[in-house]
Design a protein around this ligand. Sequence first.
Ligand code: ACO
Length: 328
Amino acid sequence: MSLSVLGTGRRMPALEITNDDMASVVETSDEWISARTGIRGRRFITNEDLTALAAGAGRLALEDAGLDASEIDLIICSTIQGDYITPSLANLVQRDLGASCPAFDINAACCGFLYGLDAAHAYIGAGKAARVLLISAEHMSKFLDWTDRSTCVLFGDGAAAAVLGGGSGLRYITVDSNGQTESLRIPAHKPGIPFARSGGEEREKSVVYMNGQSVFKFAVSTCTDGIRRALDTLKLTAGDIAHYILHQANGRIIDAVRRALDLPEEKFPTNIRRTANMSSVTIPCLLDELNRAGRLKRGERLVLSAFGAGLTAGTCVLEWQKEAVSYG
Ligand code: ACO
């Protein structure tokens, strides 16, 4: 294992939407959303574009690492979809940051940051890159069905980043997928062509379709099992981990994993109250919040664990090797 986090950053859209605001769009309430999910608010993209948020998060992470964009060897963006189908979001971020390295996107839904870490680790380990800028950026609001209260209240938009370099911080990482679309999917938009025969099949809209209870069960079991396997492999106990940074999809999922591992609440920081589920952005966003609040101490072990559409899953154990910085 040969990777460490050198810097972090995040950029959120300006527009804040409360649960009461959501109740003016669908039949719901602050009581229902906060009790079932822990979410009180989220940010939605309106006038910004995702590229600007992603580049902004990347710039802050570079500043935190004390590096210039010219010192980056690879940019990876994790996103379900950038502002363009092509060029990739990473290509546009590379242009905006003034970097001159290769750049590509990955889509592993909510596990995108973990898949990105795994890819960055492979590049760094193979000697193909010394420093990688990994940015997760998601525009979930463009995939929401604003008539479906069971999904549209759950998501938010944002971007967060980490600069990765060589080092011995990464102790364990595993990512999985099982190619199952029933529980969670966003179908691609399929326009007709002039040659198609009339009366074609009913097409699904390009919005989030989710069986919430099935994802809930998958999330709790996959995170709990993934974390136990990581700890067993490293011969660590659950108490040896300072912070469990889990994908922020639902506060009750985080709580169920915490109770299964028999750990206190303070080991499971959350920000879902303010951000809702920003897919692959939730983990790097929380990492940046903790870093900038001075809550990560050199030598502490962190667990990052995510689940999402795919169905994908991923868990890693990271030792924090960055010196605490005063952010003023
Ligand atoms: N407001 C008010 N009532 C609602 C709302 C709402 N926003 N949404 C659903 N309800 C109602 C339902 O209609 C249902 O009513 P009924 O009993 O009269 O039929 C009732 O609330 C219960 O609905 P459930 O779906 O059973 O509620 P549940 O407790 O399972 O919570 C939730 C739903 C929050 C979606 C939960 O299942 C969940 O969080 N699942 C996991 C979601 C998740 O993690 N997604 C990850 C996505 S990751 C990615 O890759 C995009």
